[in-house]
Write a protein that binds this ligand. Structure first.
Ligand code: URA
Ligand code: SF4
Length: 271
């Protein structure tokens, strides 16, 4: 048995290893406007919606030249609202800024902030919710139980953390007790994810669960309704699926998640 099939068996998905041939119905198109020149967006902001076909956002955008001026990765307090300015930060500076960030209340109880991990030239970006207990201790995303499932899914797609994929979260610090991050926390942390996307320029983004979709698309997204569509985020297609932690609690939905990943793979390959 090849490795991919054995991984699929392990996660209970083997019978679903198939490519979706048909292009799904025209999808809503959410254009998340670039907010990086401004204060963090308000998470509830609505975005224009319009059709987008499944493959047309998959082309890599032209690279934007980075200005040569020095980087000031700062958390600046403007009036009563912290503003994160990492517009010009390179990877290392960005990670440093995240590790020392105190812009929202989540910094108070974290052990380590969790910037993200993976291949900085990846075509795939996976975005989760926020660090859990183990991630908080190790400073790396998805290293607990949910991470094992995510790794199995990545392996079935033929990628791995550090090879073809980058993994990040909607908030970089653990919400106490693993609660869902609040909208204002997601909005506050959003410039970091924004900059990660700018630096990475992935060809596809997979949002794992609602907070990730909220951070990426700027509005309240229901996973069940958003599955099987592509959302456009400044020319990069975003596909939405269930969070691995949810799948551990609801294993019967693993098959749907696998369909979503196959869909994402098809979008990436321009199917
Ligand atoms: N769940 C997430 O959303 N992110 C992690 O990094 C770990 C678990
Ligand atoms: Fe800063 Fe994000 Fe951590 Fe809040 S969650 S303190 S914004 S890094």
């Amino acid at each position: 048995m090849n490795r991919r099939l054995s991984i699929l068996r392990e996660i209970g998905l083997a019978p679903l290893w198939r490519s979706r041939q048909s292009v799904p119905a025209p999808a809503p198109h959410v254009e998340a406007t670039s907010e990086h020149a401004k204060a963090p967006r308000s998470a509830g902001a609505s975005a224009p919606v319009g059709p987008m076909t499944a493959g047309n956002g998959a082309r890599r955008q032209a690279s934007t030249a980075l200005p040569a001026r020095p980087v000031a990765p700062a958390v600046v307090t403007a009036a009563d609202r912290p503003v994160i300015d990492v517009r010009n930060a390179g990877w290392d500076t960005l990670e440093q800024a995240i590790r020392s960030c105190t812009a929202c209340r989540l910094h108070e109880r974290r052990t380590l902030a969790v910037p993200g991990v993976g291949d900085r030239k990846a075509e795939w970006l996976f975005v989760g919710e926020g660090p859990g207990a183990e991630e908080d201790l190790r400073g790396e995303p998805f290293v607990g139980q949910a991470g094992k499932l995510l790794d199995a899914m990545l392996a079935a797609l033929g990628v791995a953390r550090g090879r073809g994929v980058y993994i990040a979260n909607s908030v970089k610090c653990r919400p106490p007790g693993n609660r869902t991050p609040e909208s204002d926390e997601i909005a506050c942390c959003q410039p970091y994810l924004e900059r990660q996307i700018e630096l990475l320029r992935p060809r596809i983004i997979v949002a794992l669960g609602r907070p990730a979709a909220q951070s990426l698309l700027g509005g309240e997204i229901k996973i069940a309704a958003a599955r099987g569509r592509t959302f456009d985020r400044q020319g990069i297609p975003v596909v939405v699926t269930y969070h691995p932690a949810y799948l551990l609690r609801n294993p019967s939905d693993k098959a749907k998640a696998w369909e979503d990943l196959c869909f994402a793979r098809d979008v990436l390959s321009g199917a």
